[in-house]
Design a protein around this ligand. Structure first.
Ligand SMILES: [Zn+2]
Ligand SMILES: [Zn+2]
Length: 391
């Protein structure tokens, strides 16, 4: 089959690789019909996530048709059309029983490596570094899906791929970030970052009762989408001091909740050769850690700061005094996608959410390298690229 493979910094190639097969009785094989490039894939593209190896198959946002199931799979059958959540979860461990799927204890075979870096491990994640299990990803014609009875959501035939694909990651990630904000009617929410997760965080905040959402970015196209599609007020951080502006817009008090949907190029100590690369990337992306600091300094006293943005290691100069003295609550985590897929599918069916609104480009799988380059450099108003294998 054809697959998008990682070969180093800004080097991805679509190559012929062996087809995946059933390895465990709980596996399923999916023939992929749509798969997206995610902002967090750019951390891999930029070479700042440790634990990548030449030839690793990328992609954690994908959907398609079940073409083969293992002998113990009961919930799915061949021919089902499914969206696959990006965290791989066993469904039976201490955390899965509490629906905390993104920290499943059983799905990351390389947990020991992640524990060295983070103290504890995350769940396994498709197409995302050997630190999170080294699972082959979904920017390919086929993928093996472990624990198939736990993750994939069967979706109705009548909904096009573009309306349901983002149930795999960015829609639940944005929704969970807004849900974490304890929004009450009349609340003001500020959202840093107007990429896909930011757009869905804005829309979810309104769904959950926010009266005003203020979105922050500096790419004009993204601010435009935040205004016209997601209906936020917007601030450009190249033009105004964000902390001051937010204070002015909220009667001097600050937003009730702040969402950091920017994150920071992932980094961490412990693997020496990666560390220098990371520091290099940090200089290139110097505006990024600013979002979390601004959120912590802007939020009103006793408010919530919700962080769906990806952080990988250690962050400098976090104003923890502000967190403590002003009684802030911080909520974060990789999204427990499995928990949100069915309820969000219902909101899509009801017309409350139209996830296709963020798509700016459809490309063939063969064009994945151009898709990565365009997305990285934000060319051609690129916000979300969907690849369609077999087109
Ligand atoms: Zn993603
Ligand atoms: Zn589990």
């Amino acid at each position: 089959m054809k697959a998008t493979c990682w070969h180093g910094v800004r080097d991805v190639r679509v190559e012929q690789v062996p087809d995946p097969g059933i390895l465990n009785p709980g596996d399923a094989i999916v023939r992929i019909t749509s798969t997206a490039i995610c902002g967090s894939d750019l951390h891999l593209y930029n070479g700042v996530v440790p634990g990548m190896m030449q030839g690793d198959i990328l992609g954690h946002e994908f959907m398609g048709e079940i073409v083969e199931i293992g002998s113990s799979v009961k919930r799915l059958k061949v021919g089902d059309r499914v969206v696959v959540p990006f965290p791989i979860a066993c469904g039976q461990c201490f955390f899965c029983e509490q629906k905390l799927f993104s920290v499943c204890e059983n799905s990351n075979p390389n947990a020991w490596l992640a524990e060295k870096m983070w103290g504890h491990t995350t769940a396994g994640i498709f197409g995302y570094s050997h630190l999170t299990g080294g699972y082959a990803g979904g920017q390919a014609e086929y993928a093996r899906v472990p624990f198939a009875d736990v993750g994939p959501l069967v979706v109705p035939r009548e909904l096009p791929d573009d309306k349901v694909l983002f149930l795999s990651d960015v829609l639940p990630t944005g929704y969970m970030a807004a849900e974490a904000c304890d929004i009450v009617p009349g609340a003001v929410v500020a959202v840093w970052g107007c990429g896909p997760v930011g757009q869905f965080a804005i829309q979810s905040a309104y769904l959950l009762g926010a009266e005003r959402v203020i979105a922050i970015d500096h790419y004009p196209d993204r601010l435009d989408m935040a205004r016209t599609v997601s209906h936020a007020e917007t601030l450009n951080f190249d033009e105004v001091d964000i902390v001051d502006a937010l204070r002015d817009m909220t009667g001097g008090r600050g937003p009730d909740a702040c969402i950091d949907a920017v994150g920071m190029e992932a980094h961490g100590a412990g693997i020496g050769y990666v560390y220098d690369r990371v520091k290099q990337a940090m200089r290139l992306e110097s505006d990024r850690p600013t979002a979390l600091r601004q959120a912590l300094l802007s939020c009103r006293n006793a408010g919530v700061v919700s962080v769906p943005g990806v952080y990988g290691g250690f962050s400098d100069k976090i104003p923890f005094g502000a967190v403590m003295n002003r009684a802030l609550t911080i909520r974060t985590g990789q999204c427990h996608v499995q928990r949100y897929m069915q309820p969000l599918l219902e909101r899509v069916v009801n017309g409350e959410l139209d996830p296709a609104c963020i798509i700016t480009h459809h490309l063939d799988l063969d064009e994945a390298p151009q898709g990565y380059a365009m997305f990285k450099h934000k060319q051609d108003r690129c916000i979300k690229v969907v690849l369609r294998p077999g087109h």
